[in-house]
Design a protein around this ligand. Structure first.
Ligand code: SAM
Length: 266
């Protein structure tokens, strides 16, 4: 059976909005976490790097004695090139990393999309040197994402969009529960010092996560219509998402960090 494909596509016009927005929404949180882990001279791998902003941040952090490899099906690097950053266009499943060689592996909003995530977790651990860090961030839905809504109809429409989008994701192999399972998976795989932090903030209509939902509704328009949405409903949804009376929370980002044990470390 063919593997389900990633539900979005960086070669679409809407990815030019979506992928940089992910960086805008989340890089502050991610660099805060990685700032405690990555050190000058380290070698890091950034899987599913998207706009490569985290890879670039890591490259600056590890400095000229370190190196970073970013991999993505379709990388979309925006900023200036770094000499110690290699950007590889391809499927991360085909990347062959020698065992025990990396100080860190990072992936944000990638494992939730990959059905073989537990096998990949194992492969990431094999690639880590003893003492190396695995850092995975993924989104979960939660029950307070609509903080304030212009109307009851708007609330219903937003809920319907959310559930249709999640169904499309699940059909493509996404697991929206994975973020909450990662801590246990890390510990069961033998990682130590495992810790999960969660992050979300609110946005008014027309900004942040509201813009991301708008962009996703356009990138997935044909499939949303095939799943029962009408074009009129999608247009009404986009009006709601631009309405400044709307306040939405991000999905809840779970960032789970764990360390490959040093010899003798339980
Ligand atoms: C939701 S985006 C996240 C991008 C970036 N990590 C971020 O958080 O801003 C998921 C990324 O994973 C990439 N991706 C999905 N499946 C992949 C695969 N099998 N191999 C490499 N990259 C993949 C996509 O192309 C996309 O850029």
């Amino acid at each position: 059976m063919p593997k389900p494909a990633y539900m979005f596509d960086n070669t679409t016009a809407q990815a030019q909005v979506q992928v940089p927005l992910l960086a805008e929404l989340l890089d502050g949180h991610t660099s805060g976490v990685l700032g405690d882990l990555a050190e000058p001279g380290d070698s890091w791998l950034d899987l599913g790097a998207g706009a490569c902003t985290v890879s670039t941040w890591l490259a600056d952090r590890v400095g000229s004695d370190g190196m970073v490899t970013a991999v993505d099906l379709n990388p979309m690097p925006a900023g200036p090139v770094r000499n110690n950053l290699t950007i590889h266009a391809g499927d991360l499943h085909e990347l062959h990393v020698p065992p025990n060689c990396l100080q860190g592996v990072h992936a944000r909003l990638v494992f939730m999309h990959l059905p073989d995530r537990l096998d990949l977790l194992q492969q990431c651990i094999e690639a880590l040197a003893p003492g190396g860090w695995l850092v995975l961030s993924d989104w979960a839905v939660w029950d307070r994402m609509i903080v304030d809504s212009p109307s009851g109809d708007a609330t219903v429409l937003l809920g319907r969009f959310q559930s249709h989008l999640l169904q499309l994701g699940e059909a493509a192999g996404m697991d929206i529960g994975w973020a909450g399972d990662a801590n246990r998976a890390f510990r069961h795989a033998g990682l130590v010092e495992v810790q999960t932090t969660t992050f979300a903030r609110t946005w008014q209509g027309g900004t942040g996560i509201c813009r991301l939902h708008d962009s996703n509704s356009r990138q997935k328009e044909a499939e949303l219509i095939a799943s029962g949405f009408s074009l009129d409903e999608l247009e009404a949804l986009r009006e709601v998402l631009a309405d400044p009376r709307l306040v939405l929370s991000d999905y809840l980002l779970h960032t789970t960090v764990g360390r490959k044990p040093l010899p003798g470390q339980a």
